[in-house]
Design a protein around this ligand. Structure first.
Ligand code: BGC
Length: 755
């Protein structure tokens, strides 16, 4: 399998510039970068009306002064700065200002008092809800149902746009192998295929077919790119990445989002192999705008342009602007290096007119596509200030769908609706805003309705039960004096629900943790409850995988609820009492110990794969190999069997071939439930060694007790190909192994040959 048989050439944009990473790529310029599928801009939504829009933008551009052009590149994050910039007629957009009246007032200045009346674009981090918080994105990944992300996005888009927001800084699609990294909460976990499916669903949910619609917003694919590779999981830290990993692991969700028509892209704070993303012409100019044909605009992440100075790429602000604009950052957020230095840089020929015009053109195009020239203002009567009953219902349903049953011995779960008494124990049993998790938008803080607590959810689900609450300890404190009361409550109840985990602030941006155990003495609290010998279940509320080997040892049942959002307590109770049979699966491996990190299912085999019987293999002396819970793991209150694996052919032609893979899934238990049938591939011999498995298909099905269904997946050469170390997509001849089952440990297998 060493000979390349298929090399598709769709490097749209015809970039001739030498890549800044050419050295790394062994001299490969962007023209050599090959894409396996259609370049962006070919969807119906993207092409419809394109000539008129382009003409409009060109006409406007032709009338703009240099100052007006530079003004469009500036994005500011508060009203005062916005007003000051508008007074000079130099502002493109505003973010993080909310309230229809405030936004209209700012817009009025732009539209009524500037020469060309170019409207402002209003942005906001609407990450998993505007007023209605859905579960965090990592939780959504656990649903293995991209429609969950689509619903969140559609509800959020409607609330935000009705309130004057045009543009959200989502979806975040950073694949990561780093659970210490707090921002793992904002993405879809460790797998590029899963992340891609969710990212695309979210882009479509936000933008619809036409994001000028009054219930849609422009999306922003972030953070471009490889932010999830931050060393040690420390936020903003160095990323050093091979070209094959960049293209196979980190880039796929972005490429697919561009193909889905994403309006904008945000650069990442980190370096990428020595060149900070904000000055990285290879990733922004060559790959994104060149090979992928992205026509929208790139926004800096906050002061990312200014940070080129501290990174050591630029000596001063002028240098920073001179690096960022040609690299492909079109709009500058918060810092003002374009505004201050662009004119001078033009005069000094350190940036060109074409580069400036290209950035302005991209920003204007998004404004045109948003319909801002026709409808710059929002109807203040439509502003959404609180979740609607329908939005709350959607959030509750989504949250229950995202939960993962990690363990259920006994089985302890589901609890009987008619149960006599329940003791709720643990510091998060009455948590409110912590259930929203990071980036809770307008759903957290003064004037908002707090999320439903677990205690209230249980009380509502089992109205006849005596429900007590005892915290036992705090989330982070070391005081164990509350354990005795917790044990007493557990002894007195039919069942105990121990709610432990992380606060909202413990994940998200700048929230790296050096250990990922349950914080404080919560692990000991679980052990103390276990000592009572009474049945209990642990409910985890958290924004990242945790090392919970001790909990796994002590607790008969563990439900991973993540940060479930505004209806969290109800959704948890829905699952605990069996109104919803859990069907989520882990989008990330759960390590046994922090020292195992990075641990991910799609790793390479090595020349010495772990073997407990052989010292000289890839493992630790003091820890069993493999994760505590593998990627794709998740139980149900019923059981399933997957069998009958069939391939429509044993040969996949490398050009235009297709193979249908089918399998039968049967609910072998006594109640209806969901199973996620997962398909993994392995290419055992390739010119770039391939992961031991990689996900290439999944389907979540609901089956009545005893029912079966056939699940089918279609594989094409795109599914078996990969990018090599020159960033070329290759489909190599040879054997491909197929695994189908209910987690990444699936054993049912077959194989076919490519070529
Ligand atoms: C974050 C981005 C976010 C931006 C604007 C930055 O600190 O990294 O993800 O969109 O702030 O709030």
């Amino acid at each position: 399998m060493s000979q390349q048989v298929n090399q598709e050439t769709s490097a749209a944009g015809g970039v001739n510039r030498r890549s800044v990473l050419a050295g790394l790529a062994g001299g490969v310029a962007s023209a050599g970068l090959l894409a396996p599928s259609a370049a962006a801009g070919t969807t119906g939504a993207e092409t419809a009306g394109r000539p008129e829009r382009d003409q409009r933008v060109e006409a406007l551009l032709g009338r703009m002064t240099l100052a007006e052009k530079i003004g469009q590149l500036q994005l500011v994050g508060d009203e005062t700065t916005a007003r000051a910039a508008l007074a000079g007629g130099r502002l493109g957009g505003v973010f993080s200002v909310v309230g229809a009246a405030k936004l209209n007032a700012l817009q009025r200045i732009a539209v009524e008092r500037t020469r060309l009346k170019i409207p402002l674009v209003f942005g906001l981090d609407v990450i998993h809800g505007y007023t209605t918080n859905f579960p965090i994105p990592l939780a959504q990944g656990a649903s293995f149902d991209p429609a969950v992300a689509g619903t969140d996005a559609a509800v959020s888009a409607k609330e935000a746009r009705s309130s004057g927001i045009h543009w959200t800084y989502a979806p975040m699609m950073d694949v990561t192998h780093e659970p210490r990294w707090g921002r793992i909460a904002e993405g879809y976990g460790e797998d590029p295929y899963l992340a891609t499916r969710f990212a695309v669903a979210k882009v479509r949910g936000y933008q619809g077919n036409d994001y000028s619609a009054p219930d849609r917003v422009a999306a922003c694919a972030k953070h471009f790119v490889a932010y999830g590779g931050a060393e040690g999981g420390r936020d903003y830290n160095t990323v050093d990445v091979s070209l094959h990993r960049l293209h196979n692991l980190y880039l796929p969700p972005f490429k697919a989002s561009v193909e889905a028509g994403v309006a904008t892209v945000m650069a990442s704070f980190t370096t990428i192999s020595g060149v900070p993303a904000h000055g990285n012409g290879y990733v922004l100019h060559d790959v994104l705008k060149g090979a992928y044909g992205f026509r929208g605009f790139v926004v800096s992440d906050y002061t990312g342009i200014e940070e080129l100075i501290l990174h050591g790429l630029a000596g001063d602000g002028a240098d920073a602007a001179a690096a960022a604009l040609p690299a492909g950052v079109d709009m500058e957020m918060v810092s003002t290096n374009y505004a201050r230095f662009a004119e001078r840089l033009l005069a000094e020929r350190r940036i060109t007119r074409d580069q400036l015009d290209d950035a302005v053109r991209r920003i204007l195009l998004v404004k045109v596509r948003l319909g801002l020239f026709e409808r710059p203002y929002v109807d203040e009567a439509t502003e959404v200030k609180a979740p609607s009953p329908a939005a709350l219902a959607a959030s509750r349903q989504a949250a229950a769908r995202c939960m993962v049953l990690l363990k259920n011995d006994g089985p302890v779960l589901p609890l009987a609706k008619g149960i006599g008494s329940v003791a709720v124990v643990g510091p998060l049993g009455i948590a409110t805003y912590d259930l929203n998790g990071t980036w809770a938008g307008l759903g957290t803080g003064a004037g908002t309705t707090p999320p439903v607590t677990v205690v209230d959810g249980i009380r509502a689900a089992a109205p006849g039960a005596a429900v007590t609450y005892t915290p036992g300890c705090t989330v982070e404190g070391t005081d164990t004096t509350g354990f005795a009361a917790a044990q007493q409550a557990a002894r007195a109840a039919d069942v105990t629900v121990v709610v432990v985990g992380e606060t909202a602030a413990m994940s998200g941006e700048a929230a790296a943790r050096s250990t990922i155990d349950l914080p404080g003495v919560q692990q000991q609290l679980v052990a103390a409850v276990a000592q009572t010998g009474k049945p209990f279940v642990v409910v985890l509320v958290n924004g990242r995988p945790l090392t919970i080997s001790s909990v796994h040892e002590h607790a008969p049942a563990i439900l991973e609820a993540w940060a479930p959002g505004v209806q969290g307590g109800h959704a948890i109770a829905d699952v605990l009492f069996g109104a919803v049979n859990p069907g989520g699966k882990l989008p990330v491996s759960f390590p046994r110990a922090v020292g195992q990190i990075p641990i991910y299912y799609n790793h390479e085999n090595t020349g010495r794969p772990a073997d407990p019987a052989n010292k000289y293999t890839s493992k630790y002396l003091d820890l069993a190999s493999g994760p505590l819970y593998e990627f794709g793991h998740g139980l149900s209150y019923t059981t399933f069997r997957v069998d009958g694996l069939r391939l429509s052919s044993t040969r996949l032609p490398a050009r235009g071939g297709r193979i249908d893979v089918t399998a039968t899934v049967t609910n072998t238990g006594a109640r209806a439930g969901d199973e996620v049938v997962q398909l993994y591939l392995r290419d055992p011999v390739a010119s770039i060694v391939q992961p031991v498995r990689r996900l290439r298909g999944f389907q979540r099905v609901t089956l009545a007790a005893g029912a079966s269904t056939t699940v089918s997946f279609t594989l094409t050469p795109d599914d078996v190909g990969f990018y090599d170390n020159a960033a070329r997509f290759r489909v190599e001849p040879g054997k491909i192994e197929v695994y189908v089952g209910t987690s990444s440990a699936a054993t049912l297998s077959a194989s076919f040959t490519v070529g």
